[in-house]
Design a protein around this ligand. Structure first.
Ligand SMILES: [Zn+2]
Length: 415
């Protein structure tokens, strides 16, 4: 049992409370509210903090264990090496205050088991398994022989090519077979892939519908990577739950999203971090990145103005805090969201209370400090409502609890 007394509590949804207490009993929060009416909890370990808030979610990350965004190099590095690097990603995420990750393509489905077993400390992971892509699409490695993609790379489990309705159904079921909690599709071209155009639609509406239908039967929702408008509109028509990136979202797209309740996961971090460090990506990718960067910023601001629901995700994929777009830098996304028009409180809500709903029917009771919710809690030594960049620096995150277990910080006193 842990009892945190804080100068200020940011509950995730709703207004902050001055002078608050959070009590965690096992894996669940048993009290969160004003100190005056808090239970004494004499058996609890006691902590004091400037600020207490829910642990952060990253709704768009990749556990790939890569040290470059030249993704064609991925199959050249042994799987064991890349998986070992991910162990560092888990620790760096926790230290940054990230207690939940929606992992939209990578080793997350397997790492989730290692965390559940208690073998590794890490955030709770909701993994997609492999990214499902068309042949020649964003999830394809265009320079490899196609039978390597369908054989070796598909077996590694990070990418899966599918064309036509039966092949798409099979691809979605392969991910469910690995324990996927969400299904990820590439509905448009992308930046890090070599030959495709981010504006072009990939997958027909019929193919996307087939994937959404298979996912829905297992109470899973579908996350669609989309830059161009045709892919966004096709994905929404097919019933996907979230639009990832959303670069060319115009008014019509925003209206369609607001109407369907689809959530936007903007991933500004990868754009900002890679623009500043293009040596970590091939020239074809940096050229495409420069084309989409400005349009993407406008789209996020537009979405917010049109009342589209936004959840925080980064597209972080690299291992090593010294590298750009790496695990541990996740909190930077909130500052980017504030730059693009969200208030600090809105950015925090997008990274906490709103985030679980990106999982649809798989959403846990997380992201809010309230009795009955998962005890995923962080403490800070400065107030992110005064300066949102506090959350960008892991040094300000003084304590982290996942499911009621403290995984960062000490300083608790037994009563
Ligand atoms: Zn991504």
């Amino acid at each position: 049992m842990h009892r945190i007394e804080a100068e200020r509590m940011i509950p995730g949804r709703g207004e902050p409370i001055t002078g608050a207490v959070v009590v965690m009993d096992g894996a669940t929060i048993s009290y969160a509210g004003p100190a005056a009416s808090a239970p004494q909890a004499p058996a609890a370990v006691r902590h004091r903090a400037q600020v207490v808030m829910p642990g952060l979610w990253d709704c768009h990350g990749h556990f790939l264990g890569v040290r470059t965004l030249d993704l064609a190099r991925m199959p050249m590095e042994p799987l064991a090496l890349r998986a070992a690097r991910c162990a560092a990603d888990l620790r760096n995420a926790l230290d940054a205050g990230v207690t939940s990750v929606r992992e939209v393509g990578g080793f997350g489905v397997h790492l989730a088991r290692a965390v559940t077993e208690g073998v590794l400390d890490g955030p709770t992971i909701y993994g997609a398994g492999a990214i499902i892509s068309t042949t020649g699409g964003h999830g394809d490695l265009h320079s490899y022989p196609l039978d390597w993609m369908d054989g070796h790379v598909r077996a590694e489990g990070t990418q899966c090519l599918a064309d036509g309705v039966p092949s798409c159904q099979r691809a979605a079921r392969e991910q469910l077979r690995k324990g996927a909690r969400i299904i990820k599709v590439c509905a448009s071209g992308g930046v890090t892939s070599e030959l495709d155009d981010p504006v072009h639609q990939q997958f027909t509406v019929a193919e996307l519908r087939a994937i959404v239908e298979v996912a829905a039967m297992a109470e899973r929702s579908v996350a669609a990577h989309c830059h161009g408008k045709p892919g966004i509109m096709a994905a929404l028509e097919a019933g996907v739950h979230t639009i990832e990136h959303g670069t060319y979202l115009d008014e019509e797209c925003c209206d369609a999203m607001a109407e369907s309740g689809a959530i936007l996961v903007p991933t500004r971090t990868i754009i900002e971090e890679m623009l500043a460090a293009t040596q970590y990506m091939p020239d074809y990718a940096s050229a495409k990145l420069r084309v989409v960067a400005g349009t993407h910023a406008e789209a996020v601001a537009r979405a917010r103005e049109h009342g589209v629901t936004i959840a925080v995700g980064t597209d972080i994929a690299m291992t090593g805090m010294e590298l750009p777009n790496s695990w541990g830098r996740n909190g930077r996304e909130l500052a980017h969201m504030v730059t693009l028009g969200l208030t600090p409180l809105e950015a925090i809500e997008a990274a906490t209370a709103t985030a679980p709903s990106t999982l649809g029917a798989q959403a846990p009771r997380s992201g809010v400090l309230e009795a009955g919710y998962d005890a995923d809690v962080i403490t800070l030594d400065a107030d992110p409502l005064d300066d949102i960049t506090v959350l960008a620096d892991p040094a300000h995150v003084t304590g982290v609890w996942t499911r009621g277990r403290q995984v960062k910080g000490g300083g608790g006193k037994a009563a």
